[in-house]
Design a protein around this ligand. Structure first.
Ligand SMILES: Cc1cc2nc3c(=O)[nH]c(=O)nc-3n(C[C@H](O)[C@H](O)[C@H](O)COP(=O)(O)OP(=O)(O)OC[C@H]3O[C@@H](n4cnc5c(N)ncnc54)[C@H](O)[C@@H]3O)c2cc1C
Length: 400
């Protein structure tokens, strides 16, 4: 017999802004919101911050510059790259603050490897210092809706069913769970099988040279299709990551593939130092916003409703502006999206889903949310020039 869920709801204190998801986008959003005076809560289902960029073991911060020497990402995106290497190794090129001995595989762009575990602990402090509250081990289950207005987030914790009321909600879940469950139109993605783990070999230990940095102990170990390059390893499963079945199929197949590689190493020759604690999906789901980036916007210079700039991590000499209208669907007056779920598809999704643009959209969403909460505005009614002026004050570049 099925029992219905008649547990009492635990009502939690209300917030101006609740951010769901403590990855790079959610952290940027929460910090921007708190710094702009909003009472802010960051909800994270795991017990560590950083999402794919830390516990997902994606420890390569894609470039903040255009590959021609011009920096495009400033503000929180730059604070975070600096924080990522503050307490651990880096391979920043010297022109971007690195050691002259550093070898950077990108040919001198403003990018680096970092220690994902140290970065994660540093992120706790970073969010705390902004004044935002954090709730770990709190699974946002669904947005409580009154028509298209979101009254707050219902979450599941070890205490039971908890309700977090809020004026503005930011979905930074990486899979648009909040927006999707609110009824907002969304589009599913497709993911090639992938499993990145980290480890080092005995040979690397033997060759250890104290002059070298510790990066050699955090070699990426790829399994599965490495790819946004869809042609690679065809035959391996494609997965959306939007159903429990597809997540289970993906993660079981990815681990099997990875373990088959690990078993080829001698038992005393290789140490597997970290395995990911979340599935490494690149593109799970994105919202359908007021405008959608499709990748054809590269090089446009009309500032319009731009809330930040970034470059295509794969191609030097490319520049993009991020329109505010990619962060919301105006039917939903108090929900914003940030990170890899903003309104972008195809090439537009490829260029916006990596760490620097996720920080850019997060900072924009957090700033907008704080302003909307303060003046009781629908996200689509916010004065974009006022938002742009605030972002400029907060060190964001809006043109190149
Ligand atoms: C294989 C792979 C390789 C990549 N390589 C690079 C690279 O080299 N460089 C680069 O810059 N980028 C790379 N990326 C992309 C980049 O890592 C991510 O796209 C980016 O970090 C996403 O940030 P996010 O904050 O949008 O989402 P996520 O990092 O996915 O964070 C979402 C957070 O929300 C939490 N969450 C989700 N649902 C809930 C819920 N219901 N309740 C509470 N919390 C919830 C999750 O636990 C997670 O912490 C790669 C991605 C993949 C998968």
């Amino acid at each position: 017999m099925l029992l219905c869920d008649n547990r009492q709801i635990i009502e939690k204190p209300s917030y101006d802004v609740v951010v769901v998801g403590g990855g790079i986008a959610g952290i940027s959003a929460a910090v921007a919101s708190a710094r702009n005076g909003a009472k802010t809560l960051l909800i994270e289902k795991q017990i560590n911050l950083g999402g794919l960029a830390t516990v997902g073991l994606i420890a390569w911060y894609e470039p903040l510059c255009d590959g021609k020497g011009k920096q495009l990402v400033f503000g929180i995106g730059e604070e975070l790259i600096k924080l990522s290497v503050k307490y651990g190794f880096d391979c920043l090129p010297p022109q971007w603050g690195g050691n002259p001995q550093n070898k950077n595989p990108s040919g001198g762009r403003y990018t680096t490897f970092y220690s994902p575990m140290t970065f994660s602990l540093a992120l706790d402090e970073y969010v705390r210092e902004s004044g935002a509250d954090i709730r770990f081990d709190t699974y946002a289950v669904y947005p409580v809706m009154q028509n298209k207005l979101c009254l707050g987030i219902m979450a599941e914790t070890v205490s039971g069913k908890e309700f977090y009321p809020a004026k503005v909600i930011i979905d930074a879940t990486g899979d648009a769970t909040v927006c999707h469950r609110a009824g907002m139109p969304t589009v599913d993605g497709q993911n090639k099988l992938v499993y990145v783990s980290h480890g080092f070999s005995k040979k690397e230990l033997e060759n250890y040279d104290s002059e070298k940095d510790l990066l050699s102990f955090r070699k990426w170990n790829w399994a599965g299709g490495n790819g946004f390059y869809a042609e690679e390893k065809d035959g391996l499963l494609d997965s959306s990551g939007t159903t429990s079945d597809s997540v289970n199929e993906f993660i079981k197949a990815a681990k099997k593939e990875a373990f088959s590689i690990i078993k080829t190493f001698g038992k005393n020759d290789y140490e597997l130092s970290s395995i990911p604690t979340m599935p490494q999906f690149r593109t799970i789901r994105h919202i359908v916003g007021e405008t959608t980036l499709d990748g054809t916007e590269s090089g446009k210079t009309d500032v319009g409703d731009c809330v930040g700039c970034f470059s295509d991590f794969r191609k030097p000499d490319t520049r993009y502006m991020l329109p505010y209208t990619t962060l919301y669907n105006k039917e939903y007056p108090n929900i914003l999206a940030a990170g890899s779920i903003i309104s972008a598809e195809g090439e537009g999704w490829q260029v916006t889903r990596v760490i620097p643009p996720c920080a850019v959209s997060g900072q924009a969403a957090g700033t907008a949310a704080a302003m909307c909460a303060k003046d009781s505005l629908a996200v689509s009614n916010l004065n974009v020039v006022a938002l742009q002026n605030q972002l400029k004050k907060d060190n964001v570049a809006l043109e190149f």
